[in-house]
Design a protein around this ligand. Sequence first.
Ligand SMILES: Cc1cc2nc3c(=O)[nH]c(=O)nc-3n(C[C@H](O)[C@H](O)[C@H](O)COP(=O)(O)OP(=O)(O)OC[C@H]3O[C@@H](n4cnc5c(N)ncnc54)[C@H](O)[C@@H]3O)c2cc1C
Length: 339
Amino acid sequence: MKLIDNPSLSNYLTMKIGGSALMMAEAYNLKDIQDIIQKCKNEKLKFYILGGGSNIIAHDETFNGIIIQNKITGMNVIKEDGESAVIKAGSGEPWDDLVKMSIHMNLSGIEAMSIIPGTCGAAPVQNIGAYGQEIADTLIEVEAFNTDSGEVETIAAKDCEFKYRSSIFRDKLPGKYIIISITLRLSKSKPKPPFYANLQKYLDNAHITDYNVSDIRQAVIQIRQTKLPDPAKQPNSGSFFKNAIVTKQKLEQLLANYPNAPYYDMGNNQYKVPTGWLIDNCNLKGKLIKGMRINPANALVLINESASGYKDLAAARAEITATVYDKFGIKIEQEPLEI
Ligand SMILES: Cc1cc2nc3c(=O)[nH]c(=O)nc-3n(C[C@H](O)[C@H](O)[C@H](O)COP(=O)(O)OP(=O)(O)OC[C@H]3O[C@@H](n4cnc5c(N)ncnc54)[C@H](O)[C@@H]3O)c2cc1C
């Protein structure tokens, strides 16, 4: 197990904000995870599992514990029949390598989630999703290390309590489980319409009518590149805010004042209102607040241009959320998690 003293967290997070930690430990397998957690228990240190750092914001204060850097690899087809293939991936594998493997094998189910940054192990944490697909649609189970009991558990997808950008790993039991592997069932059938509106529009414009996973991947990559800044050039965490989920009553109030407000019916009296639209309609798009730029191409994304640290980011967040609340009466929530 390799240990690094006093790592600066901002170097490991795509937002490039955050202080340091006491230590960082690279984990290549389950044994490394077990040893690190035992060390933390023995020495009364905190621990935090890190994937690609694309959905984490760190505070300026030192994290008094060990950051576990996930390096658990491996991707294999473990079962196959005429209709589907089951793939198991180590939690430290880059998510997009799994998508590429599925495209290469002509399997459908995750192609619309092409080039989402980060690791396979983090994908179930917030039930990653894009262009009409979520990992909840194809995940069979995860293998996870229970940091309380020290046991490895197999947790079926139905027990992960997936919702929009939510799971037990993120909201109900954060820190309890370290995901070691994920297992997905992908289909041998071609992707079927209806596709998400802007994906369909792109496919129509490109005169693509015979849908295959490679074309969907290419379309998604093209669309994303116009909307999402590359974290390597412009530090960001993707969507900084979740889309707002409102009741029918709240939606009707919104539509009474803004008849053109976009929304998606999610069933169960829940409606998704794009937070990018809310921020945009407060005339905040493109604005620089405390060194944080509200992305001119997509107001959901905050870019760290010159923030001095977490406190600047928090001030920008407070101004944006208060402005949206004052105008629409809707509370918007941050998507990235915090160390
Ligand atoms: C440019 C950009 C675009 C993005 N687009 C999308 C998008 O379209 N859709 C979407 O859903 N997200 C998107 N994201 C957010 C992000 O990519 C995903 O949330 C991704 O799954 C995070 O992976 P990660 O490995 O970087 O996780 P990290 O940021 O390292 O960790 C995120 C959380 O997961 C926990 N975690 C990480 N690994 C494990 C593990 N093995 N076991 C248990 N918990 C773990 C961490 O402790 C932390 O709480 C985007 C981000 C960026 C920067």
